[in-house]
Each structure stands twice: as structure tokens, then as C-alpha cells.
Design a protein around this ligand. Structure first.
Ligand code: SF4
Length: 298
């Protein structure tokens, strides 16, 4: 079995291919995460979407990947099989496969850290069963790749779950396994789901009836009813964002925007905004330790 499902892997490959185009053609390729990156900090967007710098796996995003994979696989089972015991067994399998994947080797959890981390992940599964009875849900799509292209943008990404109600209306659900600082602070917690509602509306002519944000940590489910006015406003916002990215690309001007978000940034060590801080630290170290010793024969 692969670390996640075949669909998840296919989608991950598609995202990578799609992001690659950001530096090579005129379309601005945006997912909710990349749009949020640009709003948070243009330099961060460049590192991720243009330079495509590698980022080490961290325990929070890996936990999100694992829980998403478990819930996807849980919903592929028959309704009566969707129990907490089965979900726990799936988590063991998914984690074993993630651990064997070199992409996650940077986690370097010692046995105690791993046990604590898995206990927290188990708590998220327990919470999931507290807010939802999976034997009553009939997903229509899981980890669904969607995209919508305009003259300027390619909006794309992966919807966690789509249900089609008896009256034919669509409900989109998004699982949240922890704080996602960039999306939460830059654009609001419903940004991703509104983004996907817009893509569904424009691509399939179907505006979802309801957006469900499932916070598994609290746990709670927050809902939002999208409207045409809301989604048109988001469309204008994304258009303006894309124009700003085109200008930045033309001028190669990606300004760092310093904020508390820098504490979560995996590229802080090379960010020009922190060059002064790095130089001051190096000077202070040199003053403390004295000049470097001379080496080699004289
Ligand atoms: S460290 Fe801060 S300013 Fe620099 S790229 Fe990251 S988020 Fe932007």
C-alpha cells in the first residue's frame, strides 16, 4: 500500500506539476495555499511557487497528511466497517508507510516523541467520531482534484470530500487537524472552501449549497452558506492577486513581509529580511570566540 491513497498520490504529483508552471508560462497557478502564501509574504510565495525550494516535513503537516489519508480510506469502506477501531488500524498502516518514505525522514522523532505524536493523532480520530457518525455519510468524491482556468489564472486544488444530497445539492467538507497559520491569518479560515466553491461553480456550473469546516482539534464543525456575491467577490480578489503576482514576476520583485508568520517560515535562514540579524549574530559570535585560528604550514 502506498503512504496515502492512490488518489492522494496522483493529486500530489499533479500539484507539483502544476506549481512548476508558475515560473514557465503566463498563467498564474493558484491553490488556496499558494494564494495565502502571496498574501502573507511575496518572498515566501517565490520560495515555494517559483523557486520550489524543498521544505522539510514537520510534525504538524505530516499529522494532517496522515489523518486525511485515514479518513479517505475509512470512507472507501462499507458503512458498517467505519469504526474507530478500523480507523486506528488504518492509521497504523498509513504511519508505517509514511515512515518508510524518504520525504518524511527529516521528522527524526525519538520513540517518546513518536508515541506522544501518535497519541495526539489518535485524539483527532476520536474527535472526528465525536462530531460525525461516518456510517451515515455517503461521500460522492474524496480527495477530489478540481481546477478552473481563466485567461490569467489556473485555480486548482484538492477538495477533501464532496457529498451530493438527495435534492442534488453539493456539500463540501474540509478537515482541519491543527492550526494552519498562513491560511487562518492571511485569508480567513473559510478561504480554502470558498475557493473550491468558486471552482465548482465556474467549472461545473454548480454552486455548493453548504461548506463544512471540520476542526478536529476542538472539535467542532463550522458551516457557511456560499452566495454568488461572496464568490464573485473572491473571484475579484484572486484576480487582483494574480495581477500583483504577474507584476512581481515581471520585475522580479518579491518583497519579504515580516510578521509573526516568519516564526513558521522554513526559509527564514535564507530570507533577505533577516540578513542583518544573521550578520549581527555572526559578529557577536566572532567577538566572543576571537578570530578563527590560522591553519596550514607557514
Ligand atoms: S522569513 Fe518572513 S519575510 Fe522571510 S520569506 Fe519567510 S515569511 Fe517572508
Amino acid at each position: 500500500m502506498s503512504p496515502t491513497s492512490a488518489a492522494a498520490l496522483r493529486n500530489a504529483d499533479r500539484l507539483k506539476e502544476s506549481q512548476a508552471g508558475n515560473s514557465t508560462d503566463s498563467l498564474v497557478r493558484l491553490s488556496p495555499s499558494r494564494a495565502s502564501d502571496y498574501k502573507t509574504c511575496p518572498q515566501l510565495f517565490k520560495y515555494r511557487a517559483i523557486d520550489r525550494l524543498p521544505e522539510p516535513a514537520d510534525i504538524y503537516s505530516t499529522r494532517g497528511t496522515m489523518i486525511h489519508a485515514v479518513l479517505e480510506q475509512l470512507y472507501l469502506l462499507g458503512k458498517q466497517e467505519r469504526t474507530i477501531e478500523r480507523a486506528r488500524a488504518l492509521m497504523v498502516e498509513v504511519w508505517a508507510n509514511l515512515k518508510a518514505d524518504p520525504e518524511y525522514s527529516s521528522l527524526e522523532l525519538d520513540p517518546l516523541e513518536e508515541a506522544t505524536w501518535l497519541e495526539q493523532a489518535d485524539g483527532l480520530l476520536v474527535n472526528f467520531f465525536r462530531v460525525e457518525d461516518p456510517t451515515t455519510v455517503s461521500p460522492h468524491e474524496l480527495e477530489w482534484w478540481v481546477e478552473h482556468q481563466t485567461d490569467l489564472t489556473l485555480l486548482r486544488g484538492i477538495i477533501d470530500r464532496v457529498e451530493v444530497m438527495a435534492d442534488g445539492e453539493w456539500v463540501l467538507s474540509d478537515y482541519k487537524t491543527g492550526r494552519s497559520p498562513s491560511e487562518t491569518y492571511a485569508l480567513g479560515s473559510f478561504f480554502g472552501l470558498k475557493f473550491y466553491a468558486l471552482v465548482c461553480w465556474r467549472t461545473f456550473g454548480k454552486m455548493p449549497k453548504l461548506l463544512r469546516l471540520m476542526h478536529l482539534k476542538e472539535p467542532e464543525i463550522i458551516t457557511l452558506v456560499p452566495t454568488a456575491q461572496m464568490l464573485k467577490g473572491l473571484e475579484r480578489q484572486l484576480d487582483a492577486l494574480a495581477h500583483a503576482i504577474v507584476r512581481a514576476r515581471e520585475k522580479d520583485d518579491w518583497r519579504p513581509r515580516m510578521s509573526h508568520m516568519c516564526n513558521y517560515c522554513p526559509h527564514k535562514a535564507i530570507c533577505p529580511a533577516y540578513a542583518g540579524e544573521r550578520e549581527a549574530a555572526a559578529a557577536s559570535l566572532s567577538a566572543t570566540t576571537g578570530p578563527a585560528p590560522q591553519t596550514g604550514a607557514e
